[in-house]
Design a protein around this ligand. Structure first.
Ligand code: MD6
Ligand code: FE
Length: 217
């Protein structure tokens, strides 16, 4: 799946798509930094490798994860939480590279959330078949802060529901370079990702990488 960057000038595919009050997709917002972002992700994963964490119920997550920044999101038999160190190494998570911080802050600003300074970046790697079931993001302290989510590599279908688990979700295709900003009245909406279709992306290879930035502490 590709997108014609110039389509916007003539028809369809607006660069900014409101999903609901508080949630917006900024199409292609990360494209200009794609090479720099992927190089930074390689540095992060060299220091804190991707791993399949266990849910509190003992299931292995199909998405491989790592983190950068002062706080990292982790899950194991003890539950979901933020931790200042990588449980594999007991070392602090790698620092958040400036290119990531600047991108997240600029996207939040564009979406109407000034002064977003994330202290946590969860790095998700989806390979063919990996998925994320419907969930709310509620391990953060301050729900007035938005979440910024950057998609790189293979396309995926994001499912975006309501405030209750049973609210019927809409499907939102997310492509390489798309950024979703999510906060305010949308902050606690249920969401997830459908199983990734196999494929190969010219820069990222046979996977999708998602970065989600939060203010955790
Ligand atoms: C993903 N994203 O896109 C998973 N959460 O791989 C999320 O769970 C998410 O994209 C909160 C806000 C935006 C997101
Ligand atoms: Fe989430």
């Amino acid at each position: 799946m590709t997108r014609d960057l110039f389509a916007d000038a003539t028809q369809g595919s607006p660069l900014r798509e409101d999903l609901c009050p508080g949630a917006v997709v900024l199409r292609g917002f990360a494209l200009a930094k794609e090479t720099h972002l992927l190089a930074s992700i390689n540095e992060i994963t060299a220091a804190a490798m991707f791993r399949h964490m266990l849910t509190p119920g003992g299931f292995r997550m199909s998405v491989a994860m790592t983190n950068c920044g002062g706080y990292g999101w982790v899950t194991d038999g003890k539950g979901y939480r933020y931790a200042t160190t990588d449980p594999l190494s007991d070392q602090p998570w790698p620092a958040m590279p400036d290119v990531l911080l600047q991108l997240a802050s600029a996207a939040a600003k564009d979406a109407g959330f000034a002064d977003f300074t994330p202290d946590a970046c969860l790095v998700n790697r989806y390979e063919a078949g990996a998925r994320m079931s419907l969930h709310q993001d509620r391990n953060e302290r301050d729900f007035t802060q938005p979440i910024v989510s950057v998609s790189l590599g293979l396309p995926a279908i994001f499912i975006f529901g309501g405030m209750r688990r049973n609210d019927k979700p809409v499907r939102v295709p997310l492509l390489h370079g798309d950024v979703v900003v999510w906060g305010g009245p949308a902050r606690l909406r249920y969401h997830g990702v459908l199983a990734l279709k196999p494929g190969r992306h010219a820069l990222a290879g046979e996977c999708r990488i998602n970065l989600t930035f939060r203010r955790a502490g």
